[in-house]
Design a protein around this ligand. Sequence first.
Ligand SMILES: [Zn+2]
Ligand SMILES: [Zn+2]
Length: 185
Amino acid sequence: MLIPHDTRIALDTVVDLLNTAPESAGGDSLGDIPSLYAFVRGHDVSGVGRLGEPDLTAVRDLRKRFAAIFAAPDTRTAAELVNRLVAGAGTTPQLTDHDGYDWHVHYFAPGASVADHLAADCGMALAFIVVAGERERLRRCEAPDCGRAFVDLSRNRSRRYCDSRTCGNRLHVAAYRARRKEAAG
Ligand SMILES: [Zn+2]
Ligand SMILES: [Zn+2]
């Protein structure tokens, strides 16, 4: 699957935002405005000015909407959720080649709030995944004590665990067992 550079960055942002939530991190790591600044800086979200309490609330609401898209029971539901998200964010598609990247499209409107910025660009990245027929790659880790979000980019869509330290180990053990079984059979 060929995912454009910016789409991949946007998908990483969705996953990282989901994983700040209590259900996947054991405590909300987006609990205050400094942590929102850190998140925004860590993900190179451009054109962000002063952030306040309304931004924090809006980004946490957005996180719930991304979670619903990941949990959507079918593609039609996911498509409707993405449509509503993107429509509400007031997108303005703009071609850009900033910072040495090749031409790509930004979707957020000039002067958008950080939540609308993320809703527009991450929403369109999710739209791209739906269009590509790859929605089932939006996953939650199956480890019983985990539940972190990830995007399965493996060729055969077989990834079941996230790459956190504990689950990554599990992943290696499972791969090792599979190889041994294959060698034995
Ligand atoms: Zn860009
Ligand atoms: Zn995990």
